[in-house]
Design a protein around this ligand. Structure first.
Ligand code: URP
Ligand code: ZN
Ligand code: ZN
Length: 472
């Protein structure tokens, strides 16, 4: 099967040039002018459009069982919505219950993900520790291509990893050449603050940010960074939402440590006033962790992205509908944590990033696709416009506008945190594994077309890291 994309302007993380792209059997087969095209090749006109690597969302939770319910977007509906917005790959999370064997959880998630419409990889969470976890991490890394492990420093009495787990798992990850990642919030502080707030009668969503102030995040970010420093392992910190986190990452990087930071589209744009909404449903729809922050943090996050202290943009796509959020009507600690965004991340980053001059188009490609591919060992299969790379492309219309709304989005959730925002810049067409899956409003996502992405270990950052430590 072949597809020719004609007349577009190619933009990758390094350059911009006018060229045609020939896709054959799901791969980029040639780039340039006057290409030799096999008979029967379908052709797509990309005149006036930008042709970029498809987006990679390195942080999603499709159909996650969490806080007594299950996230409403499953692997099919969530990845299909991603395609409508120009995202062609996700990295989701296998989250074993404490005491559940990691391999059993991995197999369970692999089964759920078989319906995915776009390609996917998995980080696997380490939520407990014993010899079997040590062994299973090795099996996952060597036999299943799991090249990153996740640690929740929050969610006490559920999936929280204490320091003992963190130290053991970071050491094992280093041994394996896999990247440890953390959700950085001090779970003990959150737990105590929640109890105090509820005891004072603060039971509504306004209690959520009060129970998780920026210092709670900063403590965990700094602790994870220092643990990684002592162990000598690179570190990736998910959903940084506070100025203090960006500063900690910048400081560590300035000291030569290899720390990577992710920021969510939501945290770049939405502030904590949403929790004061008198309408419970609207306020609860914004309950996620870390919470949305006072406005000044957004400026620090944008600057962190521009300065290269933050490397990737994600969504933490984890949708719950109003009846699910209602579980916490009388107690904010019971509101399932999570918001959507996979369909809108690319538009939001283009509109508020590129159109405002904060990002160049190539920087946009870096932070929405290429950097995630590099950090998580998917490059150059993903995140690159190169012969041999997967033909995952977005044909971007930088001049068209759309109004974001839950009424029109494809995400399986009744709320959109970007509701009503008019964004200029959208995915006109999305090509996944060489197939047109989104064609100007026509979603042609195919259930089960997505493939599991097995990743190599010991990415370039590991090699550099071990050289540095050998010299120290
Ligand atoms: O509130 C959030 N972020 N829910 C999903 C789980 C997590 O912490 O990433
Ligand atoms: Zn998290
Ligand atoms: Zn998450």
């Amino acid at each position: 099967m072949s597809l020719l994309i004609r007349g577009g302007t190619l933009i990758d993380a390094a350059r911009s040039l006018r060229a045609d792209v020939l896709c054959v059997d799901g791969k980029i087969a040639a780039l340039g002018a006057d290409l030799d095209v096999p008979a029967g090749t379908e052709s797509v006109d990309a005149g006036d459009l930008l042709v970029m690597p498809g987006g990679i969302d390195p942080h999603t939770h499709m159909q996650l069982p969490f806080m007594g319910t299950v996230a409403s977007d499953d692997f099919y509906s969530g990845t299909a919505a991603g395609l409508a917005g120009g995202t062609t790959s996700i990295i989701d999370f296998v989250i074993p219950n404490p005491q559940q064997p990691l391999l059993a959880a991995f197999n369970e998630w692999r089964g759920w993900a078989e319906k995915a419409a776009s390609d996917y990889a998995f980080h696997v969470a380490v939520t407990w520790w014993d010899e079997s976890v040590h062994r299973d991490m090795g099996t996952l890394a060597h036999e299943h291509g799991v090249a990153s492990f996740k640690h929740f420093m929050a969610y006490k009495n559920a999936i929280m990893a204490d320091d003992e787990i963190l130290v053991n798992s970071f050491r094992r990850a280093l041994e394996l050449g896999a990247l440890p990642t953390v959700h950085a919030e001090n779970g003990e502080l959150v737990f105590q603050l929640q109890k105090e707030l509820i005891a004072k009668g603060i039971t509504g969503p306004e209690g959520h940010p009060l129970s998780r102030p920026p210092a709670v995040e900063a403590e965990a970010v700094n602790r994870a960074i220092r643990l990684a420093e002592v162990i000598g392992v690179p570190l990736y910190i998910v959903h940084n939402s506070a100025r203090q986190s960006v500063e900690a990452i910048a400081r560590a990087r300035g000291e030569g440590q290899r720390v990577f930071g992710e920021v969510l589209a939501g945290h770049l744009l939405i502030d904590d006033s949403v929790y004061q909404d008198p309408d419970f449903t609207r306020a609860a729809a914004h309950v996620m962790s870390p919470p949305f922050r006072p406005k000044e943090h957004q400026d620090a996050l944008w600057k962190g992205l521009q300065a290269g202290h933050l490397h990737t943009t994600a969504t933490d796509h984890c949708c719950f509908c109003a009846p699910q959020k209602a579980a916490g009507r009388n107690d904010f600690t019971k509101i399932p944590n999570g918001c959507g965004g996979i369909e809108d991340r690319m538009s939001v980053l283009w509109h508020y990033g590129v159109n405002s001059g904060r990002l160049t188009p190539s920087e946009f490609v870096a932070v929405t696709s290429t950097n995630a591919a590099r950090i998580f060992n998917l490059y150059p299969r993903k995140g690159a416009l190169e012969v041999g790379a997967d033909a995952d492309l977005v044909l971007w219309d930088a001049n068209a506008t759309r109004t974001i709304s839950a009424k029109t989005h494809h995400q399986n959730v009744d709320f959109n945190v970007f509701e009503g925002r008019v964004v200029k810049g959208l995915a006109r067409r999305t090509i996944s594994a060489g197939k047109l899956t989104w064609n100007d409003g026509d979603l042609r996502a195919e259930r089960g077309a997505g493939r599991y992405l097995s990743r190599p270990l010991n990415g370039p950052y590991f090699e550099a890291n071990s050289k540095r430590h050998a010299l120290a």
